[in-house]
Design a protein around this ligand. Sequence first.
Ligand code: GDP
Ligand code: MN
Length: 365
Amino acid sequence: MRLFEYQGKDLFRKYGIPIPESVVVRTDAELDSALQKVGLPAVVKAQVLAGGRGKAGGVAVVKSRDEARKAASRIRQLRIGGERPSSLLVERATPIREEMYLSITLDRGTRSFVIIGARVGGVDVESMQGKIMEPVPVDGLKEWAAKSVAFRMNLWGQDEAQFVRILMDLERLCREEECELAEINPLAISGDGTMVALDSKIVIDDNALFRHHEFSQLPPEDPLEGEASKDGFSFVRLDGDLAVVGNGAGLVLSTLDLVADAGGVPACFLDLGGGSQQERVEAALRLVKKLPNTKRVLVNIFGGITRTTDVAAGLKKVVGEGGMQPIYARISGAEEAQARSLLAGTPVKLYPTAAEAVKAAVSKA
Ligand code: GDP
Ligand code: MN
């Protein structure tokens, strides 16, 4: 997941990487108070996920409040890579003596991070001449290795000390926040010689997003799905009225197809998994019981590793508790005969084939 510049700079602040003072704004009133805070001249920057904002006119250096307002209203109308700015970042302008490039990125080939540095920043990394690459050992970046990057970038004395600190902080950020990319372009040397990160580009590994909720824009989790995953079921809530429960993903998926072909609409997909014990069957049915618009339940079990007698005992128990929706079941395989006799006299309707069970469940709708 790619972060906005301001989110990346929040991370820079957290890890001690120097950034100019800045405020995120949406309205003109917020713009005015942001200018009060950061002072003039200031930079007004479009917040879009696409790159190349500078070239697209999405970055403006302004010297007065008037100029800032004009730039802001112009930038709000821009489309950068098809994207309208969701907000603007107002930042104290930095007098730039030099622009450098620094990033750490995941190199899938060597299964490690690699540092890319160059004295010429502000341009695309692909076009950079004389860029320096340094692999990062999996146990973290050592100071001598960071110094060696500084050395090869011809950064000495004061510059080297600042650079090494920034590089070490960036590497820690990259590791702890589980980034695929952490880029500073430009990393500027300002008029007074201090280094400052003027831009950020951070991509968090999507597989690690669940550990970084502050950035996740996913809707809040369905509580029933949460409950199901705690129990180890594969469960997806759907918007129909016929709950579909089975053992094995393939069997449940093909049952969904049968339901759709018969003109029914599934209320959920619930895979019990192989080798289901009676307690798991009960837990699954109690979950289905909580599904609001569900009028009937279709149970399709093929007994192999799962014993059909365990399934039947679970069904009998939950149906006996009351409040369960009508169940239409096909139960075949190991111990099938015993399973049938266990369910005799209960409201569970048994059918010899899945197609017949589906047809019955759907026609009762
Ligand atoms: P990008 O084009 O999306 O990568 O946006 P950047 O944030 O990197 O800005 C593009 C360019 O604007 C930079 O390379 C700088 O040359 C310039 N720029 C950004 N911030 C400042 C600043 O504070 N002062 C000055 N003078 N130029 C800036
Ligand atoms: Mn940039």
